[in-house]
Design a protein around this ligand. Structure first.
Ligand code: SF4
Ligand code: SF4
Length: 273
């Protein structure tokens, strides 16, 4: 979402205000974390990521101590790529759509921490590889690779298209994984394949199982979702759906996949597979 600021009056210097950022910092993977504070002059309508751009240029903390640039991930700056997700005042959310005036507490302070369910690379930047690996586990794609002529695309109903559009807005920001009590930090990649896939991956499996061509891999996806780490590992706490910035109906997806897994299991039983 991008605000239309083309005709907005330019804020005067006096309309900016000082906001204190408390940032959890870590120089490298495995190193102890520390807190540093920075004060930024913020103009009306500013988001957290624009303040981080200013903070990254600062060589001193609010207390005047020399420091290094704060590191964070960002890409599109308009809530599409998902890379700038972090914990802001205790809640996971993309920092590009977090408006400073809504975030600052009564003392004018905003607290930033890296997502806790992924290994820290440096400061607020984390390695979200596991979230993408879990999409691979579920073959979250439409299989169209090949040199053959694909012909016209298959037809789909407007109702299906509408549901699939909503599901397709997932940006793998991992906010739902940060909120999910069943998804925990696991740095050992050997264990990823048996740990909970997460609500984002379950919802993407639903998306691609609903696609006329993507459904050719539905059985393989449901096999993974029946196994350890699949949909039955969801404890139904419903934290995920509350934090999704795209308002994706994650619990609806989990329920739909739960039903599909049951039907798939019964069919396999009677087919003797
Ligand atoms: S489902 Fe929502 S919260 Fe989870 S990764 Fe996708 S966009 Fe982010
Ligand atoms: S409903 Fe399931 S996936 Fe969502 S937060 Fe709870 S345990 Fe995690």
């Amino acid at each position: 979402m991008v605000a239309d600021t083309a005709n907005a009056p330019r804020p005067s210097a006096s309309s900016s205000k000082s906001v204190r950022f408390r940032i959890k910092r870590q120089d490298r993977p495995g190193e102890a974390a520390r807190w540093e504070e920075f004060v930024v002059d913020v103009e009306p309508g500013a988001n957290v990521i624009s303040c981080l751009q200013q903070i990254a240029r600062m060589s001193k903390t609010a207390e005047g101590q020399a420091t290094t640039p704060v590191c964070y991930d960002s890409g599109c700056l308009e809530e599409v790529c998902g890379s700038c997700a972090m914990v802001i005042n205790g809640k996971a959310r993309p920092s590009c759509s977090a408006l400073v005036e809504k975030m600052a507490d009564a003392s004018g302070t905003i607290t930033l921490e890296p997502l806790s369910k992924f290994p820290v690379v440096r400061d607020l930047a984390v390695d979200r590889s596991r979230a993408f690996h879990n999409l691979e586990r579920l073959k979250a794609w439409v299989p169209v690779d090949g040199t053959y002529h694909l012909g016209a695309g298959p037809k789909d109903t407007p109702e299906n298209q509408e549901t699939r559009y909503t599901l397709s807005t997932c940006m793998t920001c991992a906010c739902c994984l940060e909120a999910c009590p069943q998804f925990n930090l696991e740095e050992n990649a050997d264990k990823w394949d048996t740990e909970f896939v997460g609500p984002h991956a379950i919802s993407q499996a639903r998306l691609f199982n609903m696609h006329p061509t993507g459904s050719t891999l539905a059985g393989e996806r449901l096999d993974v979702l029946m196994a350890k780490g699949g949909v039955n590992d969801c404890g139904n706490a419903q934290n995920c759906v509350k934090v999704c910035p795209k308002e994706i109906p994650l619990t609806e997806s989990i329920a739909a996949i739960g039903r599909a897994v049951t039907v798939h299991g019964v069919k396999k039983f009677f087919a003797g597979r």
